[in-house]
Design a protein around this ligand. Structure first.
Ligand code: MEV
Length: 434
């Protein structure tokens, strides 16, 4: 592959031509593949091209539905975007299982988002602290043009603190802003405030008579919201008498409950297991995050930091088996939005939100938590009973058949043939060759 300059200035066709000139072998297939995934409707394609840079095609992922989620007495069919077989099936099974046992109970505990101006300042600490305390209201009053609309919607800045970080890095301080961003994820709102506040603070210090010449410089390092939102948290649980669990995949309710609880406890104490356990939870949550046009990288980064908040990485879910009652719950930070950003630009994100009844951000937090919990329930239920390969392989079989170009009849025959056999790529290829 050669280096290239001015790639971004080429039009889409030219970009593809350049790329195909660099790839050995079947360049026609490469070009055809890329073009096959262009959207037929030019206006939709133009919108997709604007989301990112140097776009030459679209990358499809399956959009599925997990029905029968009853959350706080309301029923949802949840859109999920995911490529991994058995995730939507597990969520749907989990939803149905708990639909028959009282559904999911969810509540949003808090919705605070945070942003920081990171800066350096040298001088006596008390002087800066006093200056900040005296001038904090002036600072905030000068930002009202940025907050007025959010305030009308019930949100806005809820706190502003000066944080002394000089014991970590010499002369390092923060202005730490807390905000309520209503149904928006809030990144633009918070970042705009931070950038303006930083410049304001810098000039206030510069022109203040309270500082000597050597104390007048605030060196702004950066202004950015924090994706760590441990105070934007939702809780969701399912619960029923242990006997109501019924026989689960051939296990008595008591034995199932005991094995299930131990499996979750293992994920609480062992990071090796906890990462995989939480990955299963995020299979569900990320699917809804993607379907609704939210930022899965932010959600992921935050969830895992939260899982390690006491210094050890642990399960995000927990189980209790007290008073003969099985209770399974999740507590997770989910800073999501239902207005602004991709939620209103991506046609399918809009559709997902419509399918969910155009929820508020808080309602969406509860839906996502329920899907994460259902997903984890489904995964751990399989792990402690049949093992995951059985269910996984059934769907995997269809994927392999698809990859090998099987006809509809071959797929039907294959399902029967592999009902009691181990599915592998080679076994499926041999089956088709026969
Ligand atoms: C696979 O994507 C997810 C699981 O590994 C989760 C788990 O082990 O709990 C099945």
């Amino acid at each position: 592959m050669q280096t290239v300059s001015g790639f971004s200035k080429l039009n889409k066709e030219e970009k593809i031509q350049w790329l195909s000139s660099q790839v050995e072998g079947e360049t026609k297939t490469l070009v055809d593949n890329l073009k096959n995934f262009w959207h037929q409707d030019n206006s939709i394609q133009a919108r997709f091209d604007e989301f990112s840079e140097n776009t030459i095609s679209n990358f499809d992922l399956p959009f599925g539905i997990a029905p029968n989620f009853e959350i706080n007495g309301k029923t949802y069919a949840v859109p999920m975007v995911i490529e991994e077989s058995s995730v939507v099936a597990a969520a749907s099974l989990g939803a149905k299982f708990w639909l028959e046992r009282g559904g999911f109970k969810a509540r949003v505990i808090s919705t605070t988002k945070v942003g920081q101006v990171h800066f350096k300042w040298q001088g006596p600490k008390e002087k800066l602290q006093k200056f900040f305390n005296d001038q904090k209201d002036v600072l905030l009053n000068n930002l009202t043009h940025l907050t007025v609309n959010m305030e009308k919607r019930g949100g806005g800045i809820t706190a502003l603190e000066l944080v002394d970080m000089t014991d970590k890095i010499e002369n390092y301080w923060q202005l730490k802003l807390s905000a309520q961003t209503c149904d928006a994820m809030g990144a633009n709102f918070i970042n705009s405030i931070l950038e303006e506040m930083a410049q304001l603070f810098k000039s206030m210090v510069l022109y203040s008579n309270e500082f000597q010449a050597s104390e007048k410089e605030v060196l702004i390092i950066m202004c950015i919201l924090s994706n760590y939102t441990p105070d934007c948290v939702v809780e969701c649980s399912v619960s029923c008498p242990i006997s109501d669990l019924g026989e689960v995949n051939g296990f008595s309710p008591e034995l199932f409950a005991e094995k299930f609880a131990t499996a979750v406890e293992i994920a609480v104490v062992d990071p090796n297991r906890a990462v995989t356990h939480n990955k299963g939870i995020m299979n569900g949550i990320d699917s809804v995050v993607l379907a609704t046009g939210n930022d899965f990288r932010a959600i992921e980064a935050c969830a895992h930091a939260y899982a390690a908040r006491d210094g050890q990485y642990r399960s995000l879910t927990k189980v209790s088996l007290s008073d003969d009652t099985f209770t399974f719950s999740i507590k997770i930070p989910l800073a999501v939005g239902t207005v602004g950003g991709l939620t209103s630009l991506h046609p399918l994100a809009k559709t997902s939100l419509a399918v969910l009844g155009n929820p508020s951000a808080q309602e969406l937090m509860m839906i996502m938590a329920a899907v994460g919990l259902a997903q984890n329930f489904g995964a751990v239920k399989s792990l402690v009973t049949t093992g995951i390969q059985k269910g996984h392989m059934k769907l995997h079989l269809l994927n392999i058949m698809g990859q090998l170009g099987a006809t509809l009849q071959q797929v039907e025959d294959g399902k029967q043939y592999f009902a009691d056999k181990v599915v592998s790529y080679t076994a499926v290829r041999n089956f088709l060759n026969q």
